[in-house]
Design a protein around this ligand. Structure first.
Ligand code: ACO
Length: 319
């Protein structure tokens, strides 16, 4: 028994913030942002929009492309680190909006790796026979936890959502997933403003990152993770048809592609238009390349992400 992706969807909020807009807000330049990160613009949620709104739009598009009715979904799982509320979780809010009843609905937080974590959990639940069809979403309103006076972080992030419908199948499908974490790095990248940490509540709701230290660990970790994925699946370098990476930084993406010997024209890149949308970035990129016809049925995909925690994850998928 495998799980297979039978539909994809995505949603980006209407408002666009360009590097030139940011030049007017903080001491930065379009040139610095483009050369250091590859980002040119990002989408930002409206004042009355929430993460579950973004998730809902992406989910509707994914259900539509799968030809699946909400009533046929028996698991709703959302990777997000910017939920609407402390509870109910975004999975429940989304389940209610879609009119799905009764099956499990939850969200999990693994920062930028949230979608890979969610995909892996949903895949295991399908393989285990617990559910048949799952809606798996990555959705974020990162702009809500950004310090808009901090040029080192505010230029990096954007908002959006991506979704897939997974279905039980005799054929692969999700062939392999791998997840990891190392909490010793908790202070290199975090967002305070939680519930129980009274000390850090004082700096509520803003993302802090030691960018160049994160960069180094990200490159190393992703390189050893993709090596392990190839080895565990007895695949040669160059065997991957499409790399769908987390879109944090074009330089990190290039390092991973080089390690895998995947040429850059076989890497799905959305970082220029979307920025780092955290858990949304991988399903957003997947949807872009499925809809524009680059990714075809039968292609071998490698999805990967690295983020706060630190957390990381990869999935090898026969599309
Ligand atoms: N505009 C202009 N100058 C800037 C800006 C800016 N927006 N931001 C920083 N600088 C300056 C710095 O102050 C520094 O100046 P100095 O040399 O005078 O001290 C200089 O630019 C270089 O700064 P670095 O931090 O060394 O730049 P670096 O090349 O490392 O790029 C970046 C920074 C883009 C943040 C990079 O380190 C990065 O991408 N890190 C990884 C991010 C990531 O992958 N995060 C994980 C996922 S996120 C999640 O989980 C939520």
């Amino acid at each position: 028994m495998y799980s297979r992706i039978i539909g994809t969807g995505a949603y980006l909020p209407e408002k666009v913030l360009t590097n030139f807009d940011l030049e007017k807000m903080v001491d930065t330049t379009d040139e610095w942002i483009r050369t250091r990160t590859g980002i040119e613009r990002r989408h930002i949620v409206g004042d009355d929009e929430t993460t579950s709104d973004l998730a809902y739009r992406a989910a509707v598009a994914a259900l539509d492309s799968a030809g699946t009715r909400p009533a046929d979904i028996d698991l709703v799982l959302v990777g997000t680190t910017t939920p609407d509320l402390i509870f109910p979780n975004v999975g429940c809010l989304l389940q209610e909006r879609l009119g799905i009843r009764g099956g499990p609905a939850f969200s999990l937080e693994a920062a930028c790796s949230g979608f890979l974590y969610a995909l892996s959990v949903a895949d295991q639940m399908i393989r285990g026979g617990q559910v048949v069809r799952a809606l798996v979403v990555g959705a974020e309103s990162m702009s809500r936890i950004i310090d808009w006076t901090d040029r080192e972080t505010c230029v990096l992030f954007g908002d959006g959502a991506g979704a897939v419908v997974l279905e039980a199948s005799d054929e692969p499908g999700v062939m392999y997933t791998s997840l990891g974490a190392d909490g010793r790095y908790r202070d290199l990248l975090y967002a305070s403003g939680g519930v129980s940490d009274r000390v850090r509540q004082a700096e509520a709701g803003t993302l802090k990152m030691k960018g160049n230290e994160v960069f180094k660990v990200a490159v190393k970790t992703l390189e050893s993770m993709v090596d392990a994925v190839l080895e565990s699946n007895r695949l040669d370098k160059g065997a991957i048809d499409w790399l769908i990476p987390h879109q944090a930084n074009i330089r990190i993406i290039k390092a991973t592609a080089k390690r895998l010997q995947v040429p850059m024209e076989r890497v799905v890149l959305t970082v220029a238009e979307h920025g780092n949308t955290s858990a949304a970035s991988v399903p957003l990129a997947l949807d872009v390349a499925v809809r524009d016809g680059r990714i075809k049925r039968g292609d071998l995909l490698l999805l990967e992400a690295f983020g706060g925690g630190f957390t990381w994850g990869a999935a090898l998928v026969r599309y």
